[in-house]
Design a protein around this ligand. Structure first.
Ligand code: PLP
Length: 376
């Protein structure tokens, strides 16, 4: 018999449970910030920006309202606009492309590869005289082969702007996602690996002039001296959110470790299931340090599997509502990307978050095994 407990066994994401884990400390942070009345562009934000830049090994980080704004600011600050093209992966959030669109430039989605990240060969093939930049998405907590991307950028004189929304702490050849190009953005949306209690994001850059420009763009064009020196908007990371984030940063190494452990449990329990393709396990490739923002598998009979798991109380999600960027016809895309089309009939994200126990993951795996007819 299916019990009620089974029906709610492993939700895809459990926001209240994640909050409860840190409730007391978060309330203390809230009370501290509230009692100081420190809400906009205050000390906590500056401290968090320093922690974040130090953690990444970057020169600057700037809190912004969300990563979408951060990416948009990065594109504009890089001088990209009308008549320019920017190459993006088709397996990314529409936000990546929107950041380009609203700068007046054209986002050009290309195929991803077997690792679900932008395919360097597809990038190379899409370069033309209008191309100004490559915007790789460091998807699912994994960093692209940045050696390959960099060599294409060098060859054609292109900028790199990373969508590192999902990749805080992920590394390629020992270097953190978000530090490869001229600028990048990281998201603190609540379901992200480092999530705040609402919207939030940061821009990361090693370039002093990009820093200066975005410092102004996020706050009505005000310079570090407080004078209005350029056109700007309002997209500041709330000081309160920054205080929450700075507190959570202190435990971030443990978070990455825990997620890598959960990925190992998935690997142990599922690697013999021939109907699946799993993400690479944590120590598969010395060039990559993955932080498993998502655990995105490929599965045969994906929709049936998803329905079966739901019946058994396991929540799963298909990224981007199941639509790749080039499939969004309403936005005028018309690329033909067969590899990504096929991938999007197969991808499925299994639960991967800090409220999961090892037993939860084993329960998910047991159900997947049962679905495909494998012994427990
Ligand atoms: C979450 C996400 C974004 C947008 O981040 P926001 O902070 O919600 O604006 C952009 N790109 C990718 C790949 C994301 O996962």
């Amino acid at each position: 018999m299916t019990t009620l407990q089974n029906l709610t066994a492993v939700p895809f994401f459990n926001y209240p449970s994640v909050f409860k884990q840190e409730q007391d400390e978060m309330l203390r942070v809230f009370s501290d910030v509230g009692n100081r009345g420190a809400f906009i562009l205050q000390r906590d934000l500056e401290e968090f920006e320093h922690s974040l830049a130090a953690f990444l090994g970057a020169r600057h980080s700037l809190g912004v309202g969300n990563a979408t704004d951060g990416l948009h600011f990065a594109v504009r600050a890089a001088g990209i606009g009308q008549g320019d093209e920017v190459i993006v992966s088709s397996h990314t959030m529409i936000a990546t492309a929107a950041a380009v669109h609203f700068a007046g430039a054209v986002p050009v989605p290309v195929e991803c590869g077997p690792d679900h990240l932008i395919d360097p060969a597809a990038v190379e093939a899409a370069v033309n005289s209008k191309t100004r930049a490559i915007m790789p998405t460091q998807l699912n907590g994994r960093t692209c082969d940045m050696t390959a991307i960099q060599s294409i950028a060098d060859k054609h004189g292109l900028l790199i702007i990373e969508d590192a929304a999902q990749a805080l702490g992920s590394k390629f050849k020992g270097q953190c996602a978000g530090t490869f190009g001229i600028a990048s953005a990281i998201s603190f949306y609540p379901a992200k690996v480092l999530g705040c209690l609402g919207d939030g994001g940061a821009v990361v850059t090693n370039d002093d002039s990009i820093f200066e420009k975005i410092y102004q763009m996020r706050d009505h064009g005000r310079s570090t001296g407080g004078e209005i020196v350029s056109w700007g908007l309002n997209s500041r990371l709330d000081n309160l959110q920054a205080a929450f984030l700075d507190f959570q940063m202190k435990k971030y190494d443990d978070v990455m470790l825990r997620r890598r452990h959960l990925a190992t449990v998935y690997t142990e329990r599922l690697s013999d299931v021939a109907e699946l393709v799993l993400p690479p396990p944590p120590f598969a490739d010395a060039d990559h340090f993955d932080i498993y923002q998502n655990y995105e598998i490929e599965a045969e009979r994906r929709d049936e599997l998803k329905a079966y798991l739901k019946e058994n109380g396991v929540g799963t999600l298909i990224q981007w509502g199941g639509q790749a960027v080039h499939q969004l016809k309403a936005l005028g895309f018309s690329q033909n990307l067969p590899y990504t089309d096929r991938l999007f009939t197969r991808i499925l994200m299994l639960p991967m978050n800090m409220s999961l126990s090892d037993d939860d993951v084993r329960y998910v795996c047991a159900n997947i095994r049962a679905f495909f007819g494998y012994s427990a």
